[in-house]
Design a protein around this ligand. Sequence first.
Ligand SMILES: Nc1ncnc2c1ncn2[C@@H]1O[C@H](COP(=O)(O)OP(=O)(O)OP(=O)(O)O)[C@@H](O)[C@H]1O
Ligand SMILES: [Zn+2]
Ligand SMILES: [Zn+2]
Length: 829
Amino acid sequence: MYAKVIVDVPARQTNRAFDYIVPESLRDWIAVGSRVGVPFGPRVVQGFVVELQPDTDQNKEKLKPIAHALDLTPPLTPELVKLGRWISRTYLCHEVTALQAMIPGALKAKYERHVRVTEPAEEGAVSFLLPRQQEILQYVKERDSVELESLMEKFGGDGPLIRQLIEEGRLSEVQLIKDRMSTKKALTVFPPDDLERLDGWIRELSARAAKQKEVLEHLRLHPEPVKLTDLLAKLNISASTVKGLADRGWLRLEEVEVMRDPYGSRTFKPTDPLPLTAEQEKVFSRIQGAVVGREKRVFLLHGVTGSGKTEVYLQSIQSCLDMGREAIVLVPEISLTPQMVERFKGRFGERVAVLHSRLSHGERYDEWRKIMRKQVQVVIGARSAIFAPFTSIGLIIIDEEHETTYKQEESPKYHAREVAAARASYHGAAVVLGSATPSLESMYRTTPEAMDDPSEDRAAYELLSMPSRVEGRPLPAVQIVDMREELKQGNRSMFSRGLYKAIEDRLHKKEQVVLLLNRRGYATFVMCRTCGYVAECPHCDISLTYHQSSHTIRCHYCGYAERELSTCPECESSHIRHFGTGTQRVEEELGKLFPGIRVIRMDVDTTTEKGSHEKWLTLFKNRQADVLLGTQMVAKGLDFPHVTLVGALAADSVLNLPDFRAAERTFQLLTQVAGRAGRHELPGEVFVQTYTPEHYSILTAARHDYTAFMRKEMMLRKFHHYPPFHRLILITLTHEQVPLLLRSGEVLANRLREIGNDRNRSGGELEVLGPVASPISRIKDRYRFQCMIKYRGEADIAALVQQAASVLDETVKQQKLTVSIDVDPQLLM
Ligand SMILES: Nc1ncnc2c1ncn2[C@@H]1O[C@H](COP(=O)(O)OP(=O)(O)OP(=O)(O)O)[C@@H](O)[C@H]1O
Ligand SMILES: [Zn+2]
Ligand SMILES: [Zn+2]
């Protein structure tokens, strides 16, 4: 038997499967998707089996056997192995990188060098050994094998002696591949097999052993295994009490594997399906039809904020589960709020696994194993949950499908929406993309134009819509406030007069307020008010960020940090000001304007701690605060009945970003945040403060007019050859020297233009822009240049681009140039 193995050596030369012999002894342990250790050059490396075959066309003499199998059950299914290949072709990454992305971090290999004593071939050949060396050999021999590093540590200072032993062949090196994470074990207390005897023992114990008696009494009443720590806490006793009983053989203490459950300490109130509104019913029955009929459909569900999309998801999933199939729900990381988890756990309880980056490695690993073992049928998670190793998927839901977090920024640079479509097509599953503000890409695919376009290789979507809120609640009234006018009237505060009055009114009525301040617009830089000096990172072209808690200024790209400044390094003025986070300033001003106001601030600074999101939102939900103030994270998915006022403080902060999607992002953000107001009985009101009140993205968002926005934006995109009409590939080059970078950029651009000309002659459309400096022109002392390709037509252009990029192979190897290719980029920085 032979195996094709993708090795964990991400390089262009090794980006293919290598053949290995499957030794007889491993035959039962190796399947497609297994992780194995294989000899590769002088080392043993981890690899993934991607194919098994009875024969090979390679020279059998030269093939080596697989060294070991790393799993009892393969962590990847054959479907995921196939998907890995698709990702590597579509997004131009190494296949192993794609495969690695699908398994939990806990399973990423850790290589350890161990040594073992080699038995000498002949007794007589023993050469002279120092006593210390004999000691070392003895130490290793007793332990069978010892990790080299720990051996060096143990015999500190005797490194040369150890090296000599290795060189002489008395110690041989073995390489072990280990998982970064192991299963968690917990000491568990088991009652005796014969419970009848407990009474006798209790009597036998002396009066002084009251605690031990208590333990036995407890086991008599609750004769099931219990975690030692739980028992100790419950009875308020020490471990030695239990240990004493175990020593007498009256109970058993054993290590038992436990699952780390991040939500274990929480109870979720079970919920029943709500009777659907007419709009929900129509959408639900269409989705249900597709799930039951195994239609492989992609639906775009356009439902306004508060239209009840979540209830439609829940009931659709129920019908999927009723068919004995599984469901994946993706939510943007940022809105993976307790509220969303609560709704899913509330409906499906133990059948739900949750995956997101706030979990520890161990917790993630255990949630993932619940999926592997088929203990759960629903997964809710951020982007990478799309790789859940289910084998019978019936439905995939992507909530807030327009969010940029669905595109991974590092390799593999996949978009979860496309991966979802690929998986759904394999399983015959339905996909539901839900949003109040669908991306233009998705909307385009519902139009006849996209369906008629023969070069549009991707599946067309079916549009479903829910244009009204549940129970006929109105969308909130939105007022645009021209901040230039405010300034003219002498108002220098960050609150317009209208918003100020409205906040005052809500405080009076004991209703709640959500305030949004986009972080990017109000950076947290350090500036001298005398000369205008701004502190910048010496390695990156970006201003340093002020961190109040540690009194430092830091670079967000490379981690460079220095102490906060008290005087200006340029002019020595002491008027240097640390512009704390924008939200921090707003919080201060709120306190001044409305003494006694209770404000919860949510931004990166206040939500780093685990569980902090949850804590703030619970406080707000329980009405222990009047104002929830924050960055994008307050804009999405929240559903609080007493919120009747929303203020967007600087609506144009996103609009000014150097990105062709700036208008779209502005429209989305404003629509989402406005959608937090008036979702229940009380009607809502929204203030949008801006310096560009005439901009169409702001005007249309204020009118809740998605269609008007979309039409206008589509026209502009078409005119400028941007997505969804053209597709983009962004190639970024980085190097320490600008001249080399420029030269390389030119070479690449010329090669791309040649390809473009060939294609355009044969009726294609391909433009090459650049090379130009990237918007962030330097990171970690490396300058950055980019080329942008705009094209229409079939997808295999990616392969051509990769081919073109190979003209730089030599420079990459010899001069350490880096080339990174992003297919369908979401951020153009
Ligand atoms: N059929 C129904 N009957 C009564 N209430 C409902 C029904 N469906 C949903 N709701 C309630 O309406 C509110 C809004 O629903 P939901 O949060 O699902 O909206 P959404 O469409 O996801 O909005 P957003 O895009 O803003 O997140 C929730 O409080 C929900 O419990
Ligand atoms: Zn100065
Ligand atoms: Zn830096």
